[in-house]
Design a protein around this ligand. Sequence first.
Ligand SMILES: [Zn+2]
Length: 332
Amino acid sequence: MAFFNGEDLRQVYKKAQAEGYGLMANNIAETNVLIGLLEGYAKRCSDLVIQVSPGAAAFAGGGNRTTGLTILSYTIQQLAKYYPIGVSLNLDHFTVNDMPLIKQAIDGSLVSSIMIDASRESFEENVRISHQVVRMAKGSGILIEAELGKIKGMEDEVASDEAFYTDPEEAVEFIKRTEADLLAISIGTQHGVSKGRDVVLQTDIAKRIHERLEEDSLLIPLVLHGTSGLLAQQIQEIIHCGVCKLNKDTRYQYEYARTAHDFYRAHTSSIVPPSGVEDNSSGLFSESNWTPNKSDFDPRVVGKLVRAKITETAIELIDQAGSANHTLLREG
Ligand SMILES: [Zn+2]
């Protein structure tokens, strides 16, 4: 029905915060996952947040990120027309090095929100860069997500566990100074942190950040990255602690690969020549009596299965987040 702009998306998060549920934010790099998500979210009448990382934009554009982002944004906007839900697009983990593309995304109204990730910089530098993007987006309605964690460096194994987590007091100062619309926090799921060790989810920190922001009338939706491995109960817990947007990428990647793997393995004899037949696809094995089976190797066959699996997975995750039957369009 609609591609949501930043102001629409702000209402999506506002409603979720007021009614105590969350929204999964789902990464895509191509259309099978996108269509699978649209189908699942439409079935559950939930608004849909899609994300594109700089790497995904480069992939979609054959190496050109501007082209890739434009293609994905237009594809999303066109497909969104056919689904009775609101669909939004967030830029995921864009950094200070991506400023030209951020500007193009704002000027071209390609997105609903942008995550500027300067969390590896010093606090002051993080504030400066994040605020710069907020100012760039002013007047466009596009929401800005900034991240605050205390990661000193991905490879720094000397740092204590506490050093990875967001400080609630700093979070208040950070939001006041950056004027960001959403805050990504670090409570144990941050990428790269787990690296061989067990991650302990510090939900009390999320709760404290949420309370401190609320005390200063900053009703900022909190964001948690790297949630693919969390259990349903942990998802409930973090939503209860004020997390509103939960990023999911890895789970879909796994389901995609697993679906394709299982299908091709089950149909090996349709695709791989039997022993005794020369493995030479030039001329489509015209030297032998064996013929590969098009009804199995046509990429649309496995593509449809991938889409169906993504739909099923999306529904499972929508139900965990509680966003079913909450689309803004239903109330309009
Ligand atoms: Zn992330």
